[in-house]
Design a protein around this ligand. Sequence first.
Ligand code: GUN
Length: 298
Amino acid sequence: MTTAKRIDGKAKAEQLAGTITEQTASLLSEHGIKPGLAVVIIGEDPASQVYVRNKKRRAESCGFYSVQHSIPADTTQEEVLRLIDELNNDDAIHGILVQLPLPDHLDEQTITQSISPSKDVDGFHFVNIGKLTAGHTDDAFIPCTPAGCMLMIEDELGKDLSGLNAVVMGRSNIVGKPMASLLMKQNATVTITHSRTKDLPQVVAGADIVIAAIGRAEMVKADWVKPGAVVIDVGINRVEKTIDGETKSKLVGDVDYDDVCSVAKAVTPVPGGVGPMTITMLMFNTLRSARLAAGLEG
Ligand code: GUN
C-alpha cells in the first residue's frame, strides 16, 4: 500500500510569508510605503472572529498597517457602505476585506461590489472576476483560497497541467468557480461538480487533480480517487469524534485523509493545508495592491 505525501500548507505559507515580509520592508525603506489592510467584521459569528484574528496577526507579522473594524450585527447597510467608501478613499489602505457571512439584513452583493476593484484583495468584485474568467490574471486580484491551492498544485505537478483532468467539487463564487478558471488557464481539463451531479464518485475517479470544496465532512473516500491523484481539501468541518472512549470536537476536511492517503500521490491535511495558504495569499494580494498603487510592478 502506498502512502501519499502530506502537502504541508503551513510550512509553505510560512516560507511565502517570509518573502512577503522582506518585500514589505523593502517597499517601506525604498519608497516609504507600508501596505495597509482593513478588515471589516459585522456581528459576532465565532468562526469569523477566529479567522479575522488570524488575518490581523499575519498582517502585523508581515509588517503591514492593519486595521480592524468590528461593528455590531444591527449596523445598517447605509452605515456599512459609508465605512467602505471611507476606506476606498483612504490612501493608507490598499486592501479591504468584509468578512463573510454577513447578517441576514445586509445585501452581500451590494457590499462586496462597493469595494473599489483596486482594493478588492478578496477578488470578489465583478471586475476582478471578469478579468480572471477572461484569463487576464496579470492585473486581477485572485480569490485567496483558489490562489493558494494553485501554488500547492504547482509544487506537485508544475505550472503546465496539459493533458490532466481536474475535478472541482463545489460551484461557489469564492472557491469552485475561480478555481476552475485558474486550472483552465494552466491547461487542465476541468469538470465542476455540485449537489445535483449524477454519479459523483465516478466523475471524481477520472481526476488527476481533485479539489474538494463541498462542506461535507470526510465525504471523499479512497475508492473515489484515481491512484496517483493530487487531492486538495478546502473543507473545514467541526465533528465530534470518540477516540479511546473520549468524545472530542475535531476539525476535519471534505476528504477522508487517512483513507485517501492509501491511493493518492499527495493530499493536503486539515488543518495545516489550504487554511494557512489562504491567509498568506491575502497578504500577497495586499502587498501587490500597495505596489500597484505606488506605480510599481505588482
Ligand atoms: N469567509 C470565509 N471565507 C472568506 C473569504 O475568503 N473572504 C471573506 N471576505 N470572507 C470569508
